[in-house]
Design a protein around this ligand. Structure first.
Ligand code: COA
Length: 169
């Protein structure tokens, strides 16, 4: 099994990420949020156009391939002046979960934070996304508050904020 993590740069990679997002979000979030909200959020945050805009604004998107097949992606937003970075997305296809890919992605993210000299990594996670909260806690994140964000169209994101302090080498 050959696993690689690539920085997303061109239109071809962005289309692969958007297709992965559509598959994973429809598989994972139904039951946590409504189908209407999944469709709305995919359009607003994970369409090809939205990802292009995020990359232009400084988001670092990464694609994970195993034996050349795309199996997951994540996005990091360095906020160097605040000595922090936001982990904006981390997703693995359902069939590949539980075999260490999420942890490898997180190790890569922490390595990138160290490279940038950033001490604090934060993220938001839906308060009902219980399995994933367990994953974050297992990897050393702690809840630091709740965050209710109006995202338009009558929808809200009902999240926990979680934080991990990165030990610099
Ligand atoms: C969250 C996610 C990225 C994790 O990736 P993964 O490949 O399944 O995770 P790994 O197999 O690398 O697990 C890493 C470790 O976390 C542990 N873990 C995973 N889920 C856990 C849980 N609910 N409670 C406690 N530990 C957990 C694993 O046992 C493993 O421990 P180990 O390294 O000590 O053996 C993946 O499951 C996913 O895409 N989930 C759905 C989408 C999602 O919710 N994304 C985040 C949105 S905010």
């Amino acid at each position: 099994m050959t696993q690689i993590i690539l920085r997303v740069k061109d239109a071809e990679d962005i289309a692969v990420v958007a297709a992965l997002a559509e598959e994973i979000w429809n598989q994972h979030f139904i039951g946590i949020i409504s189908q209407g909200q999944v469709d709305y959020m995919l359009g607003k945050f994970q369409s090809v156009g939205a990802i292009e805009e995020q990359i232009a604004a400084g988001y670092e998107y990464y694609l994970v391939r195993v034996d050349d097949e795309p199996v997951g992606y994540f996005a990091l937003v360095p906020q160097v002046e605040e000595d922090q970075a936001m982990l904006s997305k981390i997703y693995v296809k359902a069939q590949q979960r539980g075999s260490g890919l999420g942890k490898a992605m997180m190790e890569f993210v922490e390595g990138r934070c160290k490279e940038l000299g950033i001490d604090r990594l934060w993220l938001t996670v839906n308060r009902h996304n219980t399995e994933t909260i367990g994953f974050y806690e297992h990897l050393g994140f702690s809840k630091s508050g709740e965050l209710l964000q109006d995202i338009g169209n009558g929808y809200v994101m009902d999240d926990y904020k979680m934080v991990k302090h990165i030990k610099q080498a």
